[in-house]
Ligand binder design. Structure first.
Ligand code: ATP
Ligand code: MG
Length: 139
């Protein structure tokens, strides 16, 4: 089934100029970029995006980190895009990420782990609607 997922290249990766290397891994996996933009989140935008993690102990640090520099937001499209992109990213903790995955190769630690990817069809739809206007998704 063709799906869409939201991808974010996080501030630790933009700071180290890794956008191209990360996008290469995404495209090598056969995922298409249907929309892409670079921006810097306000605290409010980061809090809203990570609302699901509000009660987690790392929430404040995460919001701080995600507003610490520019991010690159993408809508990715393809066959089983949600699961496929989670595979390309690797485990949340880079020490547990499979060799060759984005997080195994580039993540600094469990928080500064270079990328985000939606974890379910429901969340993908919500996250895409929160981050993009329909007209920005051009295929
Ligand atoms: P993401 O949602 O960014 O794709 P994920 O689904 O693998 O990552 P989540 O459990 O949703 O992981 O956590 C969201 C983000 O919060 C992680 O990507 C990471 O940046 C941060 N995070 C998760 N667990 C921890 C932790 N134990 N300590 C610090 N930061 C964490
Ligand atoms: Mg998640």
């Amino acid at each position: 089934m063709t799906e869409r997922t939201l991808s974010i290249i996080k501030p630790d990766a933009t700071r180290r100029n890794l956008e191209g290397k990360i996008i290469a891994k995404i495209q090598e996996a056969g995922l298409k970029i249907a929309a892409m933009k670079r921006k810097r989140w306000t605290r409010y935008e980061a809090e809203k995006f990570y609302e699901v993690h509000k009660e987690r102990p790392f929430y404040n640090d995460l919001v701080e980190f995600m507003t610490s520099g520019p991010i690159v937001l993408m809508v990715l499209e393809g066959e089983n895009a949600i699961a496929k992109y989670r595979e390309v990213m690797g485990a949340t903790n880079p020490e547990e990420a499979a060799p060759g995955t984005i997080r195994a190769e580039f993540a600094e630690n469990i928080e500064a782990n270079s990328v985000h990817g939606s974890d379910s069809p429901e969340n993908a739809e919500k996250e895409i609607a929160l981050c993009f206007d329909g007209a920005e998704i051009v295929g």
